[in-house]
Design a binder for this molecule. Structure first.
Ligand SMILES: *[C@@H]1O[C@H](CO)[C@@H](O)[C@H](O)[C@H]1NC(C)=O
Ligand SMILES: *[C@@H]1O[C@H](CO)[C@@H](O)[C@H](O)[C@H]1NC(C)=O
Ligand SMILES: *[C@@H]1O[C@H](CO)[C@@H](O)[C@H](O)[C@H]1NC(C)=O
Ligand SMILES: *[C@@H]1O[C@H](CO)[C@@H](O)[C@H](O)[C@H]1NC(C)=O
Ligand SMILES: *[C@@H]1O[C@H](CO)[C@@H](O)[C@H](O)[C@H]1NC(C)=O
Ligand SMILES: *[C@@H]1O[C@H](CO)[C@@H](O)[C@H](O)[C@H]1NC(C)=O
Ligand SMILES: *[C@@H]1O[C@H](CO)[C@@H](O)[C@H](O)[C@H]1NC(C)=O
Ligand SMILES: *[C@@H]1O[C@H](CO)[C@@H](O)[C@H](O)[C@H]1NC(C)=O
Ligand SMILES: *[C@@H]1O[C@H](CO)[C@@H](O)[C@H](O)[C@H]1NC(C)=O
Ligand SMILES: *[C@@H]1O[C@H](CO)[C@@H](O)[C@H](O)[C@H]1NC(C)=O
Ligand SMILES: *[C@@H]1O[C@H](CO)[C@@H](O)[C@H](O)[C@H]1NC(C)=O
Ligand SMILES: *[C@@H]1O[C@H](CO)[C@@H](O)[C@H](O)[C@H]1NC(C)=O
Length: 412
């Protein structure tokens, strides 16, 4: 059977791309795998075209959309991946970073994905299984054991706009922006919340890697890991008007994990974020140095530079403002091997709200191992539930440019 029904332009709103072709994927129903037909549409309608996904699709085949050019993907329906661990673990696409794999690799130039529909990762089965096995998969991909795929990866792509989509129950990160440039996400509503006692591990809203000119705005995230995470080589990023609940914060890093690598995160502007019931608010995490030139637990070089967190409101957040440049290390080790990855030009403007009290009265913790340069804070209004708020600063060169008094400061 022909996968995609080619229909005329009549009756459908025209698009900026001036479609020459439309592929509407007819759902098979009955739990049959719609993946092959969706892949056929990605091939038949790969240039100056629209792909209409307006039904309920069950997907048990890796989705690969490569080389798209001027394509609208109108997802007004519901796309659900099967929780078929035996199929997906070896067959999801491996993405060369932190063993991440994906259900859907979306690639090309000028792609607009929208339509008010839903992408459902069926994560509960994966979280429950991971909770028991703690199996993180196998580096190198094609893990025959266990790999938790990302529901939507925009990879090797440029000029992409994703808007008005709901994303539910991702087994792993919800969105991966991979080796791409000029990618915007707008009005994305994410919920990855476990219904069992197994946590929704690694349910980050977004992870950005080797990408630039990425904007994420007007979106909500309910999850149990980073709301947005800037991984190595994320540059020129805007994160605006976000509501994050239950997360691990808006996080730069972790960076500097691999001694042989150089990691850069620069030119990041985060504004108007409401962060509720979270482990962290505005966070930067960097590994310490290492004596081992091949270390995989620190020693990497690079820099974090020109990062602004503005109009950040926290409610019941353990660490409203956190720089940890001794990430995943003991203090002794970190003192001996300060980080080789520098942090500078970080600005906190109008960070307000209350901490959870989990860190006692500490609301700001700027813990640098190598000296952090040009860190500033203005308009800080943070309180702790028990006692006067306190602020920790270690190895911060510019404590005079902070609008609070540090209780501990080894540099002044
Ligand atoms: C990737 O897989 C390798 C081998 O299974 C494992 O040692 C490593 O911890 C995994 N890395 C991550 C980030 O999960
Ligand atoms: C992405 O691009 C890189 C560099 O061109 C290439 O090596 C890699 O195979 C591409 N990945 C995919 C999944 O197409
Ligand atoms: C970025 O991509 C959008 C389409 O998604 C496009 O409208 C815009 O012109 C692109 N910006 C640049 C600078 O190329
Ligand atoms: C998850 O793991 C914890 C700790 O091992 C265990 O207590 C709990 O019952 C597990 N939950 C599920 C749903 O497997
Ligand atoms: C801030 O973000 C919220 C969504 O979290 C939005 O409703 C509000 O309009 C934004 N405020 C401004 C000034 O953009
Ligand atoms: C990041 O970019 C720098 C500079 O272009 C490059 O040397 C480094 O290898 C990149 N790192 C990663 C992890 O891609
Ligand atoms: C700092 O980053 C912001 C946000 O990306 C950018 O607009 C600005 O030009 C950057 N400043 C410098 C000096 O690069
Ligand atoms: C680091 O790795 C390289 C390449 O694999 C190897 O030649 C070298 O001996 C290693 N060095 C140490 C100190 O382990
Ligand atoms: C501080 O942030 C709050 C919450 O986003 C906002 O309502 C207020 O206008 C901001 N104040 C200033 C001085 O920017
Ligand atoms: C890492 O930093 C240490 C000082 O803490 C320095 O001796 C070493 O040369 C640095 N390594 C690299 C690769 O920059
Ligand atoms: C502060 O209050 C929180 C919540 O009420 C509590 O969990 C925490 O133990 C308290 N910490 C201290 C240092 O009193
Ligand atoms: C910081 O301490 C100085 C000296 O004790 C005091 O004058 C100043 O008001 C304090 N600033 C803040 C923001 O608490």
């Amino acid at each position: 059977m022909r996968s995609s029904l080619l229909i005329t332009l009549a009756g459908l709103a025209s698009s900026a791309f001036g479609w020459e072709r439309i592929c509407r994927v007819k759902p098979l129903g009955g739990g049959l795998d719609d993946g092959p037909n969706i892949n056929r549409a990605f091939k038949d309608c790969s240039d100056t075209a629209a792909i209409i996904l307006d039904g309920f699709y069950s997907v048990n085949t890796l989705l690969v959309a490569e080389g798209l050019s001027n394509v609208d993907i109108v997802l007004s329906g519901y796309l659900q991946y099967t929780p078929n661990i035996a199929y997906w673990s070896p067959n999801s696409l491996y993405l060369t970073y932190q063993n991440a794999t994906t259900f859907w690799f979306l690639s090309g130039d000028y792609i607009h994905l929208y339509g008010g529909g839903t992408i459902d990762g069926n994560g509960q089965v994966w979280w429950d299984t991971f909770n028991i096995s703690q199996n993180a998969g196998t580096a190198g991909g094609s893990s025959t054991t266990f790999a938790r795929p990302v529901p939507l990866t925009v990879g090797n792509a440029s000029n992409v706009l994703v808007e008005d989509i709901t994303e539910l129950h991702s087994p792993f990160w919800n969105n991966f922006v991979y080796q791409s440039t000029n990618v915007t996400y707008r009005n994305i509503n994410i919920s990855s919340v476990s219904y069992s006692s197994a946590p929704a591990v690694n349910s980050d809203g977004w992870d950005i890697y080797r990408s630039s000119f990425v904007t994420i705005e007007d979106s909500t995230v309910n999850n149990d890991d980073d709301c947005v995470s800037f991984k190595p080589n994320s540059t020129n990023i805007n994160v605006l008007n976000m509501w994050c609940n239950g997360s691990h914060g808006i996080s730069v890093g972790s960076l500097g994990q691999y001694a042989v690598e150089t990691d850069i995160v620069a030119n990041v502007y985060v504004r108007n974020v409401t962060m509720r019931y979270a482990q962290n608010g505005a966070r930067i995490k960097v590994f310490p140095g290492s004596p081992d030139p091949n270390s995989t637990a620190g020693g990497g070089s690079g820099y974090v530079k020109n990062i602004t967190f503005q109009d950040f409101t926290v409610f019941e957040v353990d660490n409203p403002v956190l720089i940890d440049q001794c990430y995943d290390s003991t203090q002794d080790f970190c003192n001996q091997y300060p980080s080789n990855l520098t942090i500078s030009d970080v600005h906190y403007i109008n960070v307000t709200g209350t901490s959870s009290g989990a860190e006692g009265s500490v609301v700001v913790d700027l813990d640098c191992s190598a000296e952090c340069q040009d860190i500033t804070a203005t308009g800080t209004h943070l309180s702790a539930p028990n006692g006067t708020a306190t602020y920790i600063c270690e190895n911060v060169a510019t404590v005079s440019e902070l609008d609070f008094n540090c209780t501990s400061s080894s540099t002044s």
